[in-house]
Design a protein around this ligand. Structure first.
Ligand code: NAD
Length: 433
């Protein structure tokens, strides 16, 4: 089967490469000519473990190609996936203008029956809107179906998540479209992946509800962590014991500087806006968004307290990406932290294994370093923000020797407080004394 994927970002490129690996012929389309040129030469526009090999292999074997020509991609493809961005607008709602623009272009390029599938995270009602747009724009009558197939992959583990998802959600009302989608995902039946078939609107909401729940879980444990600091309890032990309850589960119960990334913050805000527009305020979800911002501000305060005021101090910030194994800095907690430190008169020296080029574009006043030890030189404190594996086994003796004062602020609770204190550091974590 031939398919087309429009939008070659994290989701689109992983989707295209993985479907090609399943044996389909995939044309990936993006309006960014530079990105397409790079991909045609086997160059991946962002860091994602295993993706380069997968793209190169499937391109070599003739199942994966890249173009800026949407018409060429749509013609001859039975299924067209939309994987363009849906960034937040000022009011928090999702901006679906790229989705709508692509829907119009698809209508102009259609040469027969197509299944148009949204993989992007889109507000409830977008599928119906796409159907209207295509109907209006079609020059002659052609059959088509619109399907919602939200994506749940995590950056940094995207290929594994796509190849071994917890579930596949298919939202559609046409039996033909459902059968085609099921056929696409047939390789996953071998590993008994649950497939949820439902209506468009329900599928669209499943994605937002999933991300909002994850964000709520993180915000919950951050709130408990903040209480732990006041009452002298250890949030790790609390989280472990709470998470052992089968009804709760231990995942996403790690306290830290607040959730970030290209999805959770924007999807939580967008869901709150969907609620407002539907006349059903989602007060819990609105609060989660607000508390997450508070948690970020709290981290600046934590660093200030640990180093004895920020003015004139130098901080070594370890990790800028919103999580390990990615170079994505969209809504990364490190951005707010660094801005907060700079605003209050501190100097920031930073190191991240992958995200420094991206960070340099938005944080030009930071000194970017070659490694942790260079970042720590002359610093009044080290702040661990992203728990890359490289930061899990630091050599504390040379760090201490290089620093002006030995302060370690561990925003991911990677280290055992007592151990770091025994090495002569002042240690501050999140939710543990
Ligand atoms: P991205 O910003 O990395 O990529 C979007 C791509 O779409 C870019 O390459 C851009 O050039 C292209 N594009 C935009 N308008 C276009 C147009 N009119 N025609 C052709 N190409 C166009 O975005 P992403 O992170 O891959 O996210 C895409 C969608 O998937 C979003 O809705 C997001 O919420 C959702 N999602 C993302 C993740 C994730 O981890 N990144 C996970 C699940 C779902």
């Amino acid at each position: 089967m031939n398919i087309c994927v429009v939008g070659v970002g994290y989701v689109g490129l992983v989707t295209g490469a993985c479907f090609a690996e399943f044996g389909l012929h995939v044309t990936c389309v993006d309006k960014d000519a530079e990105r397409i040129d790079g991909l045609q030469a086997g160059k991946i526009p962002f860091f994602e473990p295993g993706l380069e090999e997968l793209v190169q292999k499937n391109s070599r074997e003739g199942r994966l190609r890249f173009t800026t020509d949407l018409k060429a991609g749509v013609e001859g493809s039975l299924v067209v996936f939309l994987a363009v961005g849906t960034p937040p607008r000022g009011d928090g709602s999702a901006d679906v203008s790229a989705i709508e623009a692509v829907a119009r272009d698809i209508a102009a390029a259609m040469d027969g029956y197509k299944v148009i599938v949204t993989k992007s995270t889109v507000p409830v009602g977008t599928g119906v809107r796409i159907r209207e747009i295509i109907r209006q724009e079609l020059a002659k009558h052609l059959d088509f179906d619109v399907v919602s197939n939200p994506e749940f992959l995590r950056e940094g583990a995207a290929i594994e998540d796509f190849m071994r998802p917890n579930r596949v959600v298919i939202g559609a009302s046409s039996a033909q479209a459902i059968a085609i989608l099921k056929d696409l995902y047939r390789p996953l039946y071998l590993i008994e992946t649950p497939v949820i078939v439902t209506e468009l609107e329900t599928a669209e909401l499943i994605k937002y509800a999933s991300n909002a729940f994850l964000a709520t879980k993180i915000t919950f444990i951050n709130e408990i962590a903040n209480l732990c600091e006041k009452v002298g309890a250890d949030v790790h032990v609390v989280a472990k014991a709470v998470g052992l309850d089968g009804r709760i589960g231990g995942k996403f119960l790690h306290p830290g500087p607040g959730f970030g990334g290209s999805c959770l913050p924007k999807d939580v805000r967008a869901l709150a806006e969907i609620g407002r527009q539907a006349g059903q305020r989602l007060e819990l979800i609105e609060t989660v968004s607000r508390l997450n911002q508070c948690q970020r501000a709290r981290m600046v305060e934590k660093v200030a307290t640990a180093v004895g005021g920020l003015a004139g101090k130098t901080l070594a910030v370890l990790g800028l990406a919103f999580k390990p194994n990615t170079d994505d800095i969209r809504e990364a907690p490190a951005l707010d932290l660094v801005r907060g430190l700079l605003e209050r008169g501190a100097r920031v020296r930073a190191f991240d294994p992958a995200a420094m080029p991206q960070a340099a574009r938005v944080l030009p006043d930071v000194e970017y370093c070659q490694d942790v030890y260079e970042a720590a030189t002359g610093a009044d404190g080290i702040v661990l923000v992203t728990e890359w594996n490289q930061f899990r086994n630091l050599d504390f003796a040379p760090l201490k020797a290089a620093m002006r004062q030995p302060v370690f602020v561990d925003l991911r609770n990677v280290y055992e407080p007592r151990r770091i204190r025994e090495l002569g550091f002042h240690y501050a974590g999140v939710g543990r004394i």
